[in-house]
Design a protein around this ligand. Structure first.
Ligand code: URA
Length: 239
């Protein structure tokens, strides 16, 4: 026997907090009877309905879009006890990040329990575009820009062609703001790309993955993807 809100949350239907709210506000029935008391114990064999919809017992796939803040690690657990991206999401489902952003990188990150989806999104052959904004030290010449666009050698392998655009150069601080769209997701790829032209990334933010962006979210906030978005991403990832 388990608490009703736990079973609902573990089905992937919603978070534990939202499940509690649904119970309290009379949206949940167990074996046809409305149950509004939190902590009611049910077994997996009981029929649970939410607004008339029967909760399925198999684990549902969930997809989250997180605005990752700086100072959080992109793993499910950290041996140095640092905060992880999974800690930021209120769920009892075992989710994991799709790819990774560095500790000091901010921006859009997907998390899911759908392994097939995660692999397809990360595989370079599926060419899922990721758009980054980087602040780098120094001025970027036409030649250097062309190099980045055409591909540079990192870890013994050339990067694929990418879109790179200089948005601004600030003479006072001698820094440039650069937009990059890449579809590979190699380790520290953006930082290493700039290293090859002798520049250091001072700040890095991922603003977009495919058609998804951070609109409506503040740093540290997240939302679930809606079914339309999931379908579209499945298509983009050739699934
Ligand atoms: N490239 C990097 O160097 N770091 C990131 O976090 C993402 C892409």
């Amino acid at each position: 026997m388990e608490r009703l809100q736990k079973i609902i949350a573990e089905s992937g239907y919603t978070s534990r907090r939202k499940a509690e709210e649904l119970i309290r506000t009379g949206h949940v029935k167990v074996n046809g009877v409305t149950v509004s008391e939190l902590g009611t114990k049910v077994s997996v064999n009981d029929m649970i309905e939410i607004d008339g919809e029967i909760l399925t017992k198999e684990e549902q796939k969930v997809y989250y879009l997180l605005y990752k803040p700086r100072g959080v690690v992109t793993t499910t657990s950290d041996d140095k006890h640092r905060k992880t991206v999974v800690d930021l999401i209120d769920t009892n489902i075992r989710i994991y990040p799709v790819g990774r952003l560095d500790y000091d990188t901010t921006g859009i990150l997907l998390l899911t329990n759908d392994g097939i989806f995660a692999n397809a999104m990360m595989h370079p052959k599926n060419k899922i575009d990721k758009r980054y904004i980087a602040k780098v030290n120094g001025f970027i010449s036409k030649d250097q820009l062309l190099k980045l666009q055409q591909g540079v050698l990192i870890d013994g392998k050339m990067t694929a062609k990418s879109q790179v655009r200089i948005k601004r150069y600030d003479k006072k601080t001698n820094t440039s703001i650069v937009e990059l769209v890449i579809h590979e997701g190699r380790n520290h790829q953006v930082k290493k790309m700039f290293e090859t032209i002798g520049l250091t990334v001072l700040k890095l933010k991922r603003e977009q993955i495919s058609f998804l962006n951070l609109s409506g979210l503040k740093s540290g906030e997240y939302r679930m993807l809606n079914p339309k978005e999931i379908k579209k991403l499945y298509n983009e990832a050739n699934l």
